[in-house]
Ligand binder design. Structure first.
Ligand code: PEP
Ligand code: MG
Length: 580
């Protein structure tokens, strides 16, 4: 049994068989070979090593001819490692004596070396570890051919364990069979984490290197509450977690009963509880969980996982479908928020040194006017089918908001000329997720119809902490007093100008924060659909007076740790059984 600590990003416990994916999504097969297959598998290993070596030789020669020997040196270093006799012997030994599969033996040996390099200080050493991953990938590709596992086609219950998953790969996991997921990399605010939470499956990210310690088919427990994973658990641990799964089920059944009830505090304050969605089909979940509408539709997921840009009609179908399904309930459609960790492929660090500070979101939209206009036209066309509101992401200056509105005005004019119906009075709001927007709230209230606080980004820009980097995950917290002041100021500024304000960051889906947010004056929250019942239950069990007292005390505390401890205590005073 081995217990590993990562970052908890989606609650709950899952127990099941491991499906192990390497860096590129290759499925690493079971660890053990039948005894009589050893010679055949050694042969397969040698062939794969040979073809991987010739690939690198070809690359080296081409780069040497085009750019010179000094650039080809990196490939020579790879070749040296791939031809290393000791490495070959080590891998063969694992296949011969332990009956490991060649894939598993290669991964295990190379990652052992990579781990050593990673543990040494300095950029040079870290790059050597990356070289080893590169070599591993190349050999595995040759061993596995193009048998890339189609994750969406898994047909039996598994827990997915991977180096990394992109947000769109995560979105394609089928929650009917994928019972949980774990990644070696990734931080608490990454979109992969958010999508996993949206799927309602327990998830842990940022565990660090561990895939060499697990084999396809091993039993694994994912504890999404504590951020732990347990490989090959003993009977006692299994029994304890099975009991927890049972308790989880009965709590979920209890929460079911809240569906038709309003989110109203004990002193009569109605709270609007909305759902966050990435795909139109999630509307069903929102309705089933009793959400009052959609507070955030992350439309960029229409672009992810496909090669070409979606057409205006594809956009239109998606938005009008959601609007119709929600009837007169509000649907906040956020315009494309691509870039940073929401790329069509994994971001290439060479392309942008600081992707979260770069050409992402509304900046990308304003630079690609045709792309932007296509989406705006579709949203406008869909607006006649329901209660659609439009929201711009990552607004950091007034000029940006005005420019976005100008593109919108153009799109309206086009439609008007063409005689296409749309809602002329569509409400246009903005995300508050950059500190500059908070500072300028007194001006933004003059131009925006409504606001939604995006704590996922607000935390990273306020504290200068990359939301998807596991190495700074301890600093990434919405409980930091600086973040709380930004939230307080946003709510106050919006209220003073009589503008609706909501929150759609992950923070408000965490029951630990519900009383604090109510106490800070927030009356509308948009959460992952699975969290609606739990947040509703907190709202229905507390009074605003009680929440205000809590908020007042929190604002006197000076660090996130004390704030979290206090909030956990307060919540467990209300609900001893909620995992916090
Ligand atoms: C946020 O930043 O809080 C947010 C809701 O947007 P996203 O997570 O898509 O960046
Ligand atoms: Mg954001």
């Amino acid at each position: 049994m081995e217990r590993l600590q990562g970052i908890a990003v989606s609650p709950g416990v899952a127990i099941g068989e491991a499906l192990v994916l390497d860096n590129e999504g290759f499925r690493i097969p079971r660890r053990f070979l039948p005894r009589d297959a050893v010679e055949e598998e050694l042969d397969r290993l040698h062939k794969a090593l040979e073809s991987a070596t010739s690939e690198v030789e070809r690359n080296r020669d081409r780069v040497a001819a085009e750019l010179g020997d000094e650039y080809a040196a990196i490939f020579s270093a790879h070749l040296q490692m791939m031809r290393d006799k000791r490495l070959h012997e080590e891998v063969e030994e694992l296949i011969r004596t332990r009956h490991y599969s060649p894939e598993y033996a290669v991964s295990r040996s190379l990652r052992k070396y990579a781990k050593i390099f990673e543990s040494l200080d300095g950029e040079y050493m870290a790059e050597r570890a990356n070289d080893i991953f590169d070599i591993e990938k190349r050999i595995l590709r040759n061993l596995l051919g193009m048998r890339r596992e189609e994750l969406s086609q898994v047909t039996s219950p598994v827990l997915v364990l991977a180096r990394n998953l992109t947000p769109s790969e995560t979105a394609n996991l089928n929650p009917q069979f994928v019972m949980g997921m774990v990644t070696e990399v990734g931080g608490p605010g990454s979109h992969t984490a958010i999508v996993a939470e949206g799927l309602g499956i327990p998830a842990v990210v940022g565990v660090g290197l561990f895939l060499t310690d697990v084999s396809g088919g091993d039993t694994v427990i994912i504890d999404g509450d504590q951020g732990q994973i347990i490989l090959n658990p003993d009977e006692e641990t299994l029994a304890r977690y099975r009991h927890e799964v049972e308790e989880q089920r009965s709590l979920a059944a209890k929460l079911e009963t809240l569906r038709e009830l309003p989110a109203i505090t004990t002193d009569g304050q109605v709270v609007q509880l909305l759902g966050n969605i990435e795909f139109p089909h999630e509307v069903t979940q929102c309705l089933e969980r009793g959400a009052d509408g959609i507070g955030l539709y992350r439309t960029e997921f229409l672009y992810l996982g496909r090669e070409d840009d979606p057409s205006e009609d594809t956009h239109y179908e998606a938005y009008s479908g959601v609007a119709k399904a929600m009837g007169d309930k509000p649907v906040v459609v956020r315009t494309l928020d691509l870039g940073a960790d929401k790329m069509r492929m994994l971001p290439n660090p060479e392309d942008e040194r600081n992707p979260f500070l770069g050409l992402r979101s509304i900046r990308l939209a304003l630079r690609n006017r045709d792309l932007f206009r296509t989406q705006l036209r579709a949203i406008l066309r869909a607006s006649v089918h329901g209660n659609i509101r439009l929201m711009f992401p990552l607004i950091s200056t007034m000029l940006e908001f005005r420019q976005a509105k100008m593109v919108l005005a153009d799109a309206m004019e086009d439609l008007e000329e063409a005689g296409v119906p749309f809602d002329r009075d569509i409400k246009v709001g903005m995300m508050v997720e950059v500190p500059s927007a908070v500072v300028m709230m007194d001006r933004f209230v003059e131009v925006a119809d409504f606001f939604s606080i995006g704590t996922n980004d607000l935390v990273q820009y306020c504290l200068a902490v990359d939301r998807s980097n596991k190495d700074v995950a301890n600093l990434y917290t919405a409980a930091d007093p600086a973040v709380l002041r930004l939230i307080r100021d946003t709510v106050n500024a919006a209220k003073a100008a009589d503008r609706p304000v909501s929150m759609c960051g992950q923070m408000c889906g965490n029951p630990m924060y519900t009383m604090l947010l109510l106490g800070l004056g927030l009356r509308s929250m948009s959460v992952t659909p699975a969290a609606v019942p739990e947040i509703k239950r907190v709202c229905r069990s507390v009074s605003i007076a009680q929440c205000e007292a809590i908020a007042q005390h929190v604002m006197t505390l000076e660090n996130a740790r004390d704030i979290k401890t206090y909030l956990r205590d307060e919540l467990s005073g209300v609900f001893p059984e909620l995992p916090v």
